[in-house]
Design a protein around this ligand. Structure first.
Ligand SMILES: CC(C)(COP(=O)(O)OP(=O)(O)OC[C@H]1O[C@@H](n2cnc3c(N)ncnc32)[C@H](O)[C@@H]1OP(=O)(O)O)[C@@H](O)C(=O)NCCC(=O)NCCS
Length: 186
């Protein structure tokens, strides 16, 4: 019998560069991951982007590598912190071969716990294109609810799509369930 995989969030090391670059340079999921115009990315440009964000200590961005049984398979981040209203946005991406196995849901649940318990946030939110049904399902499993839509807000491979806005409130999140991964109450 195979033992369950251990999904954990950890800091980035130099060994993770290739996996993270493969995700960042993946044109097939560009519009799923980014609001910027699609464009090829060189390793050099990506390295300097990482260095820039490491050097920027003005913001509170938090970025973890998603590790499964010792191997990097993706990243998950909190960004755009609002210190006053205590909220931030979350973003996540996995390498293709890691998708569809519950890893994304586990990683999202863990970063939501980090946001509420360690960063004292009250709300975590995200934006997802309407056709990204797997992502929407993973967010719902982690306790996010749909809060609204930005109609025809994204240009996705030849057509306009709505952006679905989702969020989770700390008041709807069960602190007592955090050993189980921070499950929502309902
Ligand atoms: C989005 C992402 C992080 C989700 O992680 P994941 O590990 O693939 O997701 P999970 O396996 O935990 O959950 C996916 C769920 O969606 C379901 N799903 C997948 N494709 C689906 C589809 N087309 N329609 C409906 N449900 C779908 C799966 O069955 C699963 O639900 P279940 O457990 O109830 O069966 C990952 O797929 C990814 O990195 N995608 C590319 C980048 C991206 O889209 N990032 C998100 C930007 S908003």
């Amino acid at each position: 019998m195979s033992s369950p995989r251990v999904v954990r969030l950890r800091s980035r090391s130099e060994d993770d560069f290739d996996v993270l670059f493969r995700i960042a340079d993946d044109l097939a999921t560009w519009e799923e991951r980014s609001a910027a115009s699609p464009a090829p990315l060189t390793g050099e440009a990506f390295r300097s982007r990482l260095a820039q964000s490491d050097a920027d200590d003005s913001g509170k961005d938090v970025s973890f590598v998603i590790d499964v049984d010792g191997a990097a398979v993706g990243s998950v981040s909190l960004f755009d912190f609002d210190e006053l209203a205590r909220h931030a946005e979350v973003g996540i991406a996995l390498v293709p071969e890691a998708r569809g196995n519950g890893i994304g849901t586990a990683a999202i649940s863990q970063i939501v716990e980090f946001a509420f318990v360690r960063c004292n946030l009250r709300r975590v939110h995200l934006q997802v294109i309407e056709s990204n049904l797997g992502a929407i399902r993973a967010y719902e499993k982690a306790g996010f609810v749909v809060e609204g839509r930005l109609r025809q807000h994204a240009w996705v491979r030849g057509k306009y799509e709505d952006i679905v806005v989702m969020g989770i409130l700390r008041s709807a999140w069960d602190f007592t369930a955090r050993d189980k991964g921070g499950l929502p109450r309902d």
